[in-house]
Design a protein around this ligand. Sequence first.
Ligand SMILES: Cc1cc2nc3c(=O)[nH]c(=O)nc-3n(C[C@H](O)[C@H](O)[C@H](O)COP(=O)(O)OP(=O)(O)OC[C@H]3O[C@@H](n4cnc5c(N)ncnc54)[C@H](O)[C@@H]3O)c2cc1C
Length: 310
Amino acid sequence: MLSLPTQERPPAVAMCAPPIVRSAVNLAPYTSFRVGGQAEWYAEPRTTHDLEACVSWAQSESLPITVLGSGSNLLISDDGLPGLVISMRFLKRFVVDEEEGQVEVAAGTPLPALSRRLARRGWRGFEWAVGIPGTIGGAVVMNAGAHGGCMADCFLNAKVLGPDGIELWTPEQLQYSYRHSAIQGSDYIVLNATLQMAPGFDPELVKQETNQALRARKATQPYDRPSCGSVFRNPVPESAGRLIEELGLKGYSIGGAKVAERHANFILNAGDAKAQDIFRLIQFVQNTVQDRFALDLHPEVKMLGNFQLA
Ligand SMILES: Cc1cc2nc3c(=O)[nH]c(=O)nc-3n(C[C@H](O)[C@H](O)[C@H](O)COP(=O)(O)OP(=O)(O)OC[C@H]3O[C@@H](n4cnc5c(N)ncnc54)[C@H](O)[C@@H]3O)c2cc1C
C-alpha cells in the first residue's frame, strides 16, 4: 500500500474525485473472511481509463492506494483503510491467440471462470486454478498455486500500471518463488496478464480433470465457510497444517475466529468474528508453533490496516 501517515495528509476533498469514487464504503463484503472496516474512499473502475483517473486523483490528493482483487487473501482491519481502495473486480477481458495457445486476461477475471473456459476449449495448464476464489491480478501478485501447478508455470508477461505509466513485466522481473512475486508490497497495479497454455486436448478430458481438482479440494477444505484459504505458508519441508493439527489446535477459537476442524491451516470466521479476533488467533498459533517446534510460521494472508499486538 502506498502510504502517508494519516495526520500528515491534507483533509480529504472529494470535489474533484472521479464520479465512480464513493466515500466510507464497508469493505467486509469484498473479502472472503467477511470482516474489515470501511474504506475512506472506494472505487470499482470498469475501464483502464477510469482506473488511471482514480489513481491520478488519489496521487493528487496524496492518498494511499490499496488494490483489491476478490479479497480472498486479505485480512482488513476493523478500523478500515485510509485513502483510496480500488477494486479490480469489474475489469474483465479474455483474448485468445489460437495459434500460439496463449490467453490474455484482464486483472479482475475470476480464476475459476478462466479455468472452466480454458477446459471447454481443450486447453490444458489451468486446471489447478478452478478452486481458487481469486482474480488473475491477485494470482499474478501472489503466485497462486494448487495441485502442483502455479502462476509461475504459465505466466508469460503482465501489463502493470506504475509510477511511470504502463509497463510490460516479464517473469524475470516478477522474480517468482513460492507464493511470492516482486509486485507484492509494491506500488504497481496489474492490469492484465498473458498466459501460455497447452492447446489441442480433448475438452471432455480437461473438464474431467478440472472437476477432479475441485472435488479434491472440497473433500479436504472447509470451502463453504468464510476464510482466506491457507493462513500460513508451509515451512518447507514441513506442512503448516500438520504442525497446527499436531498441537491439537483444530477447533480452537478466539472470539468469532476458529481454527477449522477440517483443515488446520484454515481459520474461519465462525459467524461474528472481528478482524482483530482473526489476527489474535493467527498470533496465538504462531506463538504456540514457535514454543513447541522452534519454527516461524509466516502468514500467506496479507494483513492491511491497524491491528493491536497482544
Ligand atoms: C477458500 C479459499 C481457498 C484458497 N485456496 C488457495 C490455493 O489453493 N492456492 C493459493 O495460492 N491461494 C489460495 N487462496 C488464497 C487466494 O485465493 C489467492 O491468494 C488469490 O491469488 C488471491 O487473489 P485475489 O484476487 O483475491 O487477491 P486479494 O486477496 O484481493 O489481494 C491479494 C494481494 O494482491 C494484491 N492485488 C490484488 N489484485 C491486484 C492487482 N490487480 N494489482 C496489484 N495488486 C493486486 C492485493 O493488494 C493484495 O496485496 C484461497 C482462498 C480461499 C478463500
